[in-house]
Design a protein around this ligand. Structure first.
Ligand SMILES: [Zn+2]
Length: 396
């Protein structure tokens, strides 16, 4: 379903018309009008890499014992246990709470990378349903991997990517967890599936040195070169992190029209380093890697870390995210110009009051339109308690 709405004038006198989900030069005279004389209209924010499945983490996730000492231990003791414990109910509660908070913070697009190895088939529909209910724009992929159950697991993950039903606000991507947890056969199949579906790959690349070392042990210069060798990266593919890539590899990716997504808070938290070489690409968006999708907070963290690392190339990440979304949705423009996504945010004294996604009003007077955010959070807290029990019950 597509929507038309007219927002404004705002305090600067600006009015933005959205017709059939897209910014238009001329309003639809039949469309509802929301004036915002005390507010300022701006574009919606894009979170270009995240994990809806980690939305319950703020509600008491066990830290792993003894405390993880390395990036791989963080994965093994925390995230690779959490993802195996997910079922339909916990995933739904996680996704709804994460999306609710994203919209209330003015984030209108989420590029999700999903993993739930013991609940693969149907998992992306849970995410698509939550996105459709609350009204966020989403790119969805299952991060196929072989790390738990081998090749069958990877094939099921790739098949799940193809199961996504696209809507005006949902696009499917093909996902791989990372080069270091998949075989050559899976890489080849992922590339083939991208071409078959007419979409691109979303994959973690060189988040930590482990991914680079694995690719070198297999005879490649690094994970980027291994992915390229199997034709798994069509132009427009999305590479999360790139912390441990050389300047030369980043330039190579840029030349191939690949996107990077920098996730500064996650990289700092996991102590994997700062992605300094991303300044050699023109196509770097900002993600949160599962942290709450308030992009102003993430952008502030980026600029704090960029200053600390002498990186003067960290501007424009949020605008790049809008370009990434426009590319995947086949939109002609970005920002609030005609032909761009009909996604906008009105702020009053810095607070988000109104959010529109694809022409649909999803936040009004600072509250979700489709559901009660407090009830969603209460459900998330209850689901979190069940998820920690399920995690504890998993074999070590
Ligand atoms: Zn990630």
């Amino acid at each position: 379903m597509t929507h038309s709405i007219t927002i404004g004038p705002d305090r600067t006198g600006r009015t933005v018309a959205i017709v059939d989900g897209v910014i238009a030069a001329t309003p639809d005279p039949a469309a509802p009008v929301i004036a915002c004389p005390d507010g300022t209209i701006g574009p919606g924010a894009v979170c270009a890499h995240t994990h809806l499945y980690s939305g319950l983490a703020p509600y008491g996730m066990p830290a792993g014992e003894p405390a993880p000492q390395s990036f791989i231990e963080i994965l093994e003791k925390v995230w690779w246990r959490l993802d195996r414990a997910l079922d339909t109910e916990t995933l739904r509660a996680s996704a709804r709470d994460y999306i609710a908070k994203a919209l209330l913070a003015g984030t209108t697009s989420l590029v999700d990378h999903h993993e739930s190895p013991r609940f693969i088939k149907g998992s992306l529909q849970v995410l698509a349903d939550a996105a459709g209910e609350l009204g966020v724009r989403a790119l969805l992929a299952f991060g196929a991997t072989e790390r738990n159950f081998g090749r069958d697991e990877a094939e099921a993950g790739l098949a799940e990517c193809a199961n996504v039903e696209e809507t005006p606000l949902v696009r499917r991507l093909v996902g791989l967890h990372a080069s270091f947890t998949v075989s050559d056969e899976t890489l080849r199949e992922a590339g083939d599936l991208c071409r078959q579906l007419g979409t691109v790959l979303h994959v973690h690349v060189a988040e930590a040195a482990d991914d680079v070392n694995d690719a070198k042990a297999r005879g490649y210069a690094g994970p980027l070169e291994r992915l390229i060798a199997f034709d798994a990266l069509p132009a427009g593919s999305i590479l999360a992190h790139g912390v441990h890539l050389s300047a030369e590899a980043v330039r190579e990716a840029d030349g191939r029209g690949l996107w990077f997504v920098q996730n500064p808070r996650s990289n700092e938290g996991n102590r994997v380093g700062y992605a300094a070489n991303l300044r050699f690409s023109q196509r770097v968006a900002l993600g949160t890697d599962g942290w709450a999708a308030d992009m102003a907070v993430e952008d502030a963290a980026l600029h704090r870390l960029a200053a600390a690392h002498g990186d003067n190339g960290a501007d424009g990440r949020l605008a790049a995210g809008e370009r990434l979304i426009a590319e995947r949705f086949g939109l002609a423009a970005v920002g609030l110009s005609p032909g761009a996504a009909g996604d906008l945010v009105v702020r009053e004294s810095g607070k988000v009051t109104t959010v529109v996604v694809g022409g649909r009003l999803v936040v009004e007077s600072g509250r979700l339109v489709a559901a009660d955010a407090g009830a969603i959070e209460a459900e998330a807290r209850a689901a979190a308690a069940r998820l920690w029990q399920r995690m504890a019950a998993l074999p070590r």
